[in-house]
Design a binder for this molecule. Structure first.
Ligand SMILES: [Zn+2]
Length: 114
């Protein structure tokens, strides 16, 4: 399962960014997950909750914000979206677009209990 390795990566990143003596104080990990990132949020939550028990982050909750897929069209200068996750402008049907959001995953915040 893809989400299992993603959850493991998140734990590794938290480990690298939090001082060791604060590991057990990690209260929340806030993520942004794009609509077309290829990650199933529910599945990721499930995996994180399962593997955190084997780590010092037993008390950490994962919170996921879903980020919609957005494009900027260089031809008609509009911001559009579509339900396929493809780089097609919904207004002018052009393909000269840049993806603004919705295709990646980011750790936004790691909250510690003080
Ligand atoms: Zn356009």
């Amino acid at each position: 399962m893809h989400e299992l390795s993603v959850a493991q990566n998140i734990i590794d990143i938290v480990k690298d960014n939090v001082p060791v003596n604060n590991y057990t104080n990690v209260k929340k990990v806030l993520l942004e997950v794009g609509e077309f990132s290829g990650i199933v949020a529910d599945s990721l939550l499930f995996c994180f909750d399962a593997i955190k028990l084997e780590t010092p982050f037993k008390n950490a909750e994962m919170e996921i914000r879903n980020i919609p897929f957005k494009l900027f069209c260089n031809s008609c200068k509009s911001e559009t979206t579509n339900t396929f996750g493809i780089r097609l402008c919904d207004k002018c049907k052009g393909y000269d677009t840049n993806i603004i959001s919705g295709t990646d995953m980011k750790i936004i915040e790691v909250e510690l209990d003080s």
